[in-house]
Design a binder for this molecule. Structure first.
Ligand SMILES: [Zn+2]
Length: 167
């Protein structure tokens, strides 16, 4: 375990005593401060081990991710609000079961209508190569932020040219 050197809450980055860190990690697979442990207890849907592992690694890279955040139509495994990215951590049943697969597609569609890009990460990537997985996700988030910035600039230019037409 190489996480024991820095004792901080992986959700809010508050420093915590080693005992709190270890207890929380043992109980819920996430090093959380007492406040964030209470938040975790109140979650209606508990995240899977893979979702928690990915969340912890994203937070370690200082990516502002949130677990089990409530979207308009659903709860999302991990949300990166600043990049309008939803991350869904998928077990094998998402590929094998047609009903689940179609439901996933609908969720992607409705998220897109709300401007969110949905990223589906298979459990295997998180279990077997978390470093590369997080590296690629970080790259996607950076690119997504650039796209959003360009899109907003374009919108601004368009709205100005519309105004100039009126006056
Ligand atoms: Zn915390």
């Amino acid at each position: 375990m190489n996480y024991c050197y820095d004792h901080y809450c992986c959700r809010c980055f508050t420093t915590i005593p080693k005992s709190v860190y270890n207890n929380s990690f043992e109980n819920v697979e996430l090093p959380l401060c007492i406040t964030c442990q209470n938040w975790f207890d109140r979650l209606c849907v508990k995240p899977t081990s893979c979702a928690k592992k990915l969340f912890r690694h994203l937070r370690e890279r200082n990516i502002k991710a949130e677990l089990e955040s409530k979207g308009k139509f659903k709860t999302v495994d991990i949300t990166v609000e600043s990049a309008l990215v939803h991350i869904e951590v998928d077990g094998s049943h998402h590929n094998l079961n047609a009903t689940t697969a179609i439901k996933d597609l609908w969720r992607t569609y409705y998220s897109m209508k709300e401007a969110y890009f949905t990223l589906r990460i298979p459990n295997a990537a998180i279990r077997h190569d978390i470093e590369t997985t997080v590296k690629i996700i970080s790259g996607i988030i950076i690119e997504r932020k650039k796209q959003l910035k360009r899109f907003r600039e374009l919108q601004f230019i368009q709205s100005r040219s519309e105004q100039q037409k009126i006056f």
